[in-house]
Structure formats: C-alpha cells, structure tokens
Write a protein that binds this ligand. Structure first.
Ligand SMILES: NC(=O)c1ccc[n+]([C@@H]2O[C@H](COP(=O)([O-])OP(=O)(O)OC[C@H]3O[C@@H](n4cnc5c(N)ncnc54)[C@H](O)[C@@H]3O)[C@@H](O)[C@H]2O)c1
Ligand SMILES: O=C(O)C(=O)C[C@@H](O)[C@H](O)[C@H](O)COP(=O)(O)O
Ligand SMILES: [Zn+2]
Length: 360
C-alpha cells in the first residue's frame, strides 16, 4: 500500500492507494467521527461494493446508512443533491455523522458538496471507485453540481478527512470509463511531469490491460502531482488552474452536448487537443509535439477531435468558465510538453482557429 499526504496544515489528510483497502478497518475507522456514517453511492456501484464497506464499518461499531442515487452525469443536479439531504435529515444525522462517498467523480463531487452544506459542514471521506476519481476527483476538495448553463457551477472547496483508493474496484470498471480516467493521468504529464508522460507512453498497454502494478504507479504519481499543486494553491488563485488543461473546451463539450453524452475524460482529451493546437498556433509547441499528444490519446482510445458545435457556440459556452476574469477568457495552454501555463495572450481569432482545427 502507498500513502501520500495532502499537506494542508490542520486540514491535511492521507491518500491510501492499494488493493483490498475497502476491507481495512484500520485505515477507515480512525477517520470516522461518531458512531454513524452515511454512505452515498449509486445504483451501479452499491450492488458491487456497498456490503464490504458496511461490514468494515460494522466491525468498528459504526452503523452505516446507505443513500443510493441514480447513476450518471445528468444526475449531478440540485434535485439529486437534495436526495442526500433527505437521507441525512430522515435519519436525524448529526454534525459529527461522517459522510462517505463510494463511487466515481459524480458521487464524490455531489457528496462533498452535501457534506460542506449539511449543518454547515460534516466530516467527509472519499472512497473513489473509478480510475478518474482515484487519480483526480477524490483529491483536492473541489465539490460541485452542474447547472444547465455550465459545468460544476455551484459548489464549494471542502476537503475530505481521507481518500481510500482501492484499486481492486477497478476490475469491474467498464473499458470506456478506464480510458476516460487516462485523460486526467496524461494531463499531469503534460502540465508538469514530462518523465511521467514518457512513462505513460511506455506503459499504456499495461494500463489498458489493468496491470495492478502499473495502475498503482499511475494513481500514486498522479495523486502526488495533484497533492503538490493543491497544497501550494488550494483555492486556485494561481498554479492550481493548470489542473484545468483542456477543461475550458472540455466543459463546453459536456454542457453543449448535454451532460452524460461524452464522458468527462473524453471531453478533456478532445479539449486538450484544442489547447495543443492553440499552443502550436502561438509557436510554443512544434507540430511534432502536437502529433505526440494526439498519438497518445488515440492509443488510449480517447477522442482527439471535438464535436462540431460551431466556434461561436464554443466561445459562448466557454464564457461561463470559472477562470474568466473581468470578462476575459484565460486558458491553460502548453509552453512546451511538461509545462502548462495559464494565459490570456491568445486572440479570439487564434482561439477560433484552434477550435476549428480540433473539431471533426
Ligand atoms: N472534483 C474534482 O477535482 C474533479 C476532477 C475530475 C473530474 N471531476 C468530476 O468527476 C466526474 C467524472 O467522474 P467519473 O469519470 O468517475 O464518472 P462517474 O462518477 O460518472 O463514474 C463513471 C461510471 O462508472 C460507474 N462506476 C464507478 N465505479 C465503478 C466500478 N468500480 N465498477 C463498475 N462501475 C463503476 C459509475 O456508476 C458510472 O456509471 C465529472 O462530473 C467531473 O466533473 C471532478
Ligand atoms: O482539481 C482541480 O483543480 C481540477 O481542475 C481538476 C479537474 O480535473 C476537474 O475536472 C475539476 O472539477 C474542474 O474544475 P472546475 O473548477 O473547472 O469545475
Ligand atoms: Zn477533470
């Protein structure tokens, strides 16, 4: 097992990564306050992993109340969030009841937001079960729901007490979801860890075949990158924005097509290609660099061309991006491979050209 720390002073917390961790009461119980926990999951994940988690809690004398939500990005809404509050209130949960998110990024983001709001804050634990959630969404405290006009628009920064990433859960993950998680893994290489990018290129076959050693390495190194960035800039006043590579375009794809049609990781991959084209247009990346990024996404089975919504529609959707400042778009681009930058130097004409290059 590997353990990393997210160094946030008195709100620091561990990330445990390994196989079979759902059954480890020695890891889970020290982070459960009170004798009662609420486990938020969904209709897909609960039948697979709820029982083992409930049994682990029971061995430590903690009773678990399940709240099972519908599955899908289209349910990352106020209405579904309210189902969590209904469960918390119906069971007279107190301020020291611990809320445990068991699932992918959708469950983690919604549960974290509910935990931030319920009685103005209750303890929260992340038990991520997708690759994407294990490498990215369970770490760092961004929680949110979507709005029809924009992705993750309503939310809060709220850190968990612990992240428990059991890689054995990835055995049941559909292939398409595994590939979507790889988009965020590749992101870390592109923005700040060129050696890791080369490692992913060299070990992609193992990752796609779910080799446990390769997966654990990729999760650990991704979390290490994310934990460093979050510790340096928890609330995204600077460096943390780099974690948004490809997301301004990617979120436009998700919102524009309707939530759930493209997976988040798929939209991030196609969005990253637009960012790469734009970085090329600014003279920062070479054609060879762009081809290298494209080839890696293709080999990972991810889309490298975005849906053709029209450049005007992209720009309209992108104006809801959370990095917009005084009405000006700020984009994460690549100064070179392994070095992301938050910038507003690109002109609208250059952005439109990159969108057109990156669309089918
Ligand atoms: N907070 C953050 O920092 C952050 C970072 C990245 C992404 N996100 C958000 O995360 C969400 C995407 O997360 P995701 O990719 O995990 O999607 P997801 O939560 O929708 O899960 C993907 C699918 O896999 C299923 N699933 C989960 N675990 C499984 C398992 N072990 N076996 C079988 N099926 C399983 C789910 O039920 C779902 O159908 C998006 O809403 C995105 O905005 C947040
Ligand atoms: O943790 C971060 O910071 C990220 O940007 C990680 C992203 O992968 C993630 O999709 C995040 O939810 C996007 O944040 P948003 O602020 O653009 O909604
Ligand atoms: Zn993301």
């Amino acid at each position: 097992m590997h353990t990393l720390d997210v160094a946030l002073g008195d709100r620091a917390y561990p990330i445990h990564i390994g196989s079979g961790l759902l059954a480890r009461e020695d890891l889970l119980l020290p982070h459960i306050r009170g004798r009662q926990a609420v486990v938020v999951s969904n209709e897909t994940v609960a039948p697979l992993y709820l029982d083992v988690l409930v049994a682990t809690l029971a061995r430590g004398g903690v009773s678990a109340i399940p709240v099972i939500l519908p599955d899908g990005e289209e349910f990352k809404t106020w209405e579904t969030l309210n189902l969590i509050f209904d469960g918390l209130l119906a069971n007279r949960c107190e301020r020291n009841t611990t809320l445990i998110a068991l699932g992918g990024g959708v469950i983690g983001d919604m549960s974290g937001f509910a935990a931030a709001c319920y009685q103005r804050g209750m303890p929260f634990v992340q038990v991520p079960t997708t690759l994407l959630a294990q490498v990215d969404s369970s770490v760092g405290g961004k929680t949110a729901i979507n709005h029809p006009l924009g992705k993750n628009m309503i939310g809060a920064f709220y850190q968990p007490q612990m992240v428990l990433a059991d890689v054995a859960t990835l055995n049941t993950l559909p292939d398409r979801e595994l590939r979507a998680g790889l988009a965020e893994v590749i992101k870390y290489g592109l923005i700040r860890d060129l050696d890791f990018l080369a490692w992913v290129e060299g070990n992609l076959g193992l990752l796609l075949n779910r080799d446990p050693t390769a997966l654990i390495y990729a999760i650990e190194r991704s979390c290490r990158n994310k934990a460093e960035v979050v510790a340096a800039d928890e609330r995204e006043s600077g460096e943390r924005a780099l974690l948004n590579l490809g997301h301004t375009f990617g979120h436009a794809i998700e919102t524009g097509l309707g939530y759930g049609l493209w997976l988040h990781g798929e939209a991030v991959a196609a969005g990253t290609m637009i960012a790469a084209h734009l970085s090329r247009g600014l003279g920062w990346l070479s054609e060879c660099d762009v081809a290298r990024v494209l080839r890696l996404f293709e080999r990972a089975g991810l889309p490298v061309r975005a849906p053709d919504l029209g450049a005007a529609r992209y720009l309209d959707l992108m104006r809801h991006d959370k990095k917009v400042l005084d009405g000006r778009l700020r984009l994460v681009l690549l100064q070179r491979l392994g070095c992301g930058v938050l910038t507003e130097v690109a002109t609208e004409q250059q952005i439109v050209q990159a969108i057109e290059q990156g669309c089918t």
